[in-house]
Write a protein that binds this ligand. Structure first.
Ligand SMILES: Cc1cc2nc3c(=O)[nH]c(=O)nc-3n(C[C@H](O)[C@H](O)[C@H](O)COP(=O)(O)OP(=O)(O)OC[C@H]3O[C@@H](n4cnc5c(N)ncnc54)[C@H](O)[C@@H]3O)c2cc1C
Length: 182
């Protein structure tokens, strides 16, 4: 624990954590991102609702671009899993396990920003992750509804949620002027 105390440790290097890192770096705050590489964004075949990417962008490609952007500001991106955060007199002590080895390490920071995201509860079907990456299994009517127009869709989930989505979908797709993508 000989490292100097940094202004902020961000736990999580998905889109939220990387955006926070960009802002903090531009505010000239010393910042470290610790991420264990499980971003939900890495499962997205093509993000189509992000302004500025008219052909869409793959989730991993988006993450790589965001990482490159914070590297321009020399923000360290540590590969590891944060295991403990302890309050100290001057801020926090963050312990993490490096993904490249079993040893535990720690860093001190004045502030800690949690950008850990959430974990999806995948349905108990074979190859659920591969099917998701191929875009055959989808999680979000808002992200994917537009592309599902005219397709045959099965809703999977507890009855209350699956039925409410089944009712929401036709409403979503018949709303407004019925825009099409050129
Ligand atoms: C299949 C799928 C398709 C999607 N499609 C779209 C889309 O088209 N458009 C759209 O806008 N959104 C889409 N989303 C949602 C989008 O992926 C999420 O909204 C976004 O990834 C959330 O970003 P985040 O940074 O909050 O969390 P995440 O991206 O999940 O990142 C959190 C990070 O924190 C890390 N972490 C957690 N705990 C720790 C710890 N203790 N120590 C170190 N690291 C930790 C995780 O490993 C992860 O890397 C989709 C999601 C899925 C699953």
């Amino acid at each position: 624990m000989n490292d100097p105390i940094v202004d902020c440790i961000i736990v999580g290097g998905g889109p939220a954590g990387l955006t926070a890192a960009l802002y903090l770096a531009r505010f000239r705050r010393s910042t470290v991102v610790i991420d264990d590489g499980q971003s939900r964004a890495s499962l997205i075949p093509v993000v189509r609702n992000l302004a500025g990417f008219e052909s869409g962008i793959n989730g991993n490609a988006l993450l790589a671009k965001m990482r490159r952007q914070i590297e321009c500001y020399d923000v360290p991106l540590v590969e590891g899993r944060v295991t403990t955060i302890t309050r100290t007199h001057g801020g926090f002590l963050v312990e993490y396990r490096s993904t490249s080895g079993p040893s535990s390490r720690s860093l001190a920071a004045r502030h800690v920003l949690l950008a850990c995201g959430i974990r999806d509860k995948l349905p108990p079907i074979d190859d659920a992750i591969a099917l998701t990456q191929e875009g055959l299994l989808r999680f979000c009517a808002i992200c994917d509804g537009f592309e599902a127009q005219g397709k045959r869709i099965a809703m999977l989930g507890p009855a209350s949620r699956a039925l409410s989505h089944a009712l929401f979908f036709p409403h979503l797709l018949s709303a407004g002027g019925g825009h099409r993508l050129r």
